[in-house]
Design a protein around this ligand. Structure first.
Ligand code: FES
Length: 332
């Protein structure tokens, strides 16, 4: 990775266009008070789109808008190679991945094309200032190596010939179709699928081409979500279904219709219970440590069945934890 410094020659000032300034204000407003710095990458990116590169005055302007020390914005701009610290080609700035997988798959040949067609050295513009190039670290498309990124898009599975065709298209003022340049779709195996062959991987959603691979499983046999949504929670007032009546009648734990007058216990203190799960338990009528501590194995099975991730109660020892918290609460 080359040392990334600001360009020696800088403009006097920077200002967002009225349209971009209004956009930036909306972007900043998306974050809670005190967290405006979260908009730093978005604002820097918009500044780059406006100017073509990141200038020192732009960094200072973004820092002021976000109430950040200038050095913090400078750190972001100089860390990410997506930010250009000097003027780049007007038609294309080519970032060639030179990390090991791409280099093993021919990135050196792609760099040779850059040297011949753009400039012998990186970070220099072509004679007509339409193109520039640089070598960067892994851009996350290793499975489609070698690849380059041009502004927002990536061009993958390149050969020197297909890369030259991409450059030709940019030179004509076109935006060539991003993605693999050898005809394969995304990163599906180049020699054809060996599994999941029922799926249509052509453009668009990966929709099954014939019948669904399997009919949706009944809700109770579906894999349990890590954090079930509160919307799924059976409410205490809804009661069991007719078919469940017998089993539930024998195993239903003590349920409350509302939190006790002294308030509900903080069930999130039980390891494994998060805010969503606490809401789910409350909606079932479970509000206190004492309720949980009193569960029998049949009660656990009843609750397990409704939480849709069997085994968690035993695995995380909810009862042991609940007994401890209930004892703490009663002063024992
Ligand atoms: S090594 Fe080139 S994209 Fe990862």
């Amino acid at each position: 990775m080359a040392v990334r410094r600001l360009a020696e020659t800088q403009p006097e000032s920077f200002a967002f266009s009225p349209e971009n300034h209004a956009w930036a204000e909306r972007e900043i407003a998306k974050f809670p008070e005190g967290r405006q710095a979260s908009a730093v990458i978005a604002l820097l990116w918009r500044a780059q789109e406006q100017e073509g590169w990141i200038t020192k005055p732009a960094i200072e302007q973004v820092a002021e808008m976000l109430s950040m020390p200038t050095i913090r914005v400078l750190e972001v701009a100089t860390f990410y190679t997506m930010f250009h610290l000097e003027p780049v080609g007007t038609k294309a700035h080519v970032q060639v991945c030179g990390t090991t997988p791409c280099m093993l798959r021919g990135a050196g040949d792609i760099i040779d094309v850059c040297r011949r067609r753009i400039h012998a050295e990186p970070h220099h513009r072509s004679a007509d200032e339409a193109f520039s190039w640089e070598e960067v670290e892994c851009l996350g498309a290793c499975v489609n190596a070698p690849m380059v990124q041009v502004f927002k898009d990536t061009y993958e599975d390149l050969t020197p010939e297909s890369f030259e065709a991409v450059l030709d298209a940019f030179d004509r003022g076109e935006t060539p179709t991003p993605g693999p340049q050898n005809g394969r779709h995304h990163s599906v195996p180049i020699n054809g699928l060996t599994s999941l062959t029922e799926i249509d991987y052509s453009d668009g959603a990966a929709a099954p081409v014939t019948e669904p691979m399997s009919a949706p499983a009944p809700a109770r046999s579906e894999p349990a979500p890590a954090e079930p949504s509160v919307a799924e929670a059976p409410r205490a007032t809804e009661g069991p279904t007719q078919s469940d009546a017998t089993a539930v009648a024998e195993a239903e734990p003590e349920l409350l219709t509302a939190a006790p007058d002294e308030g509900a216990d903080d069930l999130k203190r039980i390891s494994g219970v998060g805010p969503k799960l606490e809401g789910l338990l409350n909606s079932m009528g479970i509000y206190t440590f004492a309720q949980v501590a009193a569960w029998t194995p049949e009660n656990i099975a009843w609750v397990d069945d409704r939480l849709k991730f069997k085994g968690r109660i035993d695995r995380d020892d909810w009862l042991g934890q609940a007994r401890k918290f209930a004892a703490e609460k009663s002063g024992r």
